[in-house]
Design a protein around this ligand. Structure first.
Ligand code: HEC
Length: 158
């Protein structure tokens, strides 16, 4: 009887813990959506599809769904120069957001984008963004696509 109640109580506690974790995940996506709607939307559009020949899509993009460190670094520093996404050419400038968005906000926006627009990749923690920010602290220029394509997660800072 006591044993049974203990099992019952721990099952309830486990459920409560699960619910809290679910709430935290939902909060992160909501925070990410808010930031996407303030910043990224201007170029990548509400649909994440971008604009043909001007802004590239975030749908099923390897830069979104691949290395979280690389995606964080894209948001921190931006991109410039010729860029091909899904076989289509772009050549504009994406401004870096390192002075605008905190690590938490960048992680949230990444988590939102990775779980929307047809993407099904997992969440990102602020620690990943903080590490990228530190590693590339001295870098002042946006990324060229060739650098991103040669990305290694554990690449030394340049
Ligand atoms: C002022 C317009 C602008 C804003 C704001 C902007 N981007 Fe971009 N983004 C671009 C452009 C332009 C490129 C391609 C760069 C090039 O042509 O060299 C790009 C490229 C990218 C790429 C790599 C290519 C791809 O399609 O996967 C990712 C990922 C990305 N942006 C995510 C974001 C996220 C997330 C935000 C919001 C935090 C954001 N961008 C804000 C214009 C913008």
């Amino acid at each position: 009887m006591i044993q049974k109640s203990i099992t019952y109580v721990s099952a309830l506690l486990a459920l409560a813990g699960f619910a809290r974790a679910q709430d935290a995940a939902a909060d992160q996506v909501a925070e990410g959506k808010k930031n996407y709607m303030m910043i990224c939307i201007a170029c990548h559009q509400p649909t994440g599809m971008g604009l043909p020949a001007v802004f590239p899509p975030l749908t099923k993009s390897p830069y979104v769904n691949g290395s979280p460190e690389r995606f964080a670094s894209i948001i921190l520093k931006g991109n410039a120069g010729p860029f091909t996404v899904d076989g289509k050419p772009f050549n504009q400038i994406m401004p870096g957001q390192e002075a605008v968005l905190t690590d938490e906000k960048i992680a949230a926006v990444m988590t939102f984008v990775r779980a929307n627009f047809g993407n099904t990749s997992g969440p990102v923690t602020a620690a990943v963004v903080a590490a990228a920010r530190k590693k590339y602290a001295d870098r002042k220029t946006p990324w060229a696509q060739a650098e991103l394509d040669a990305w290694k997660d554990d690449a030394p800072a340049k």
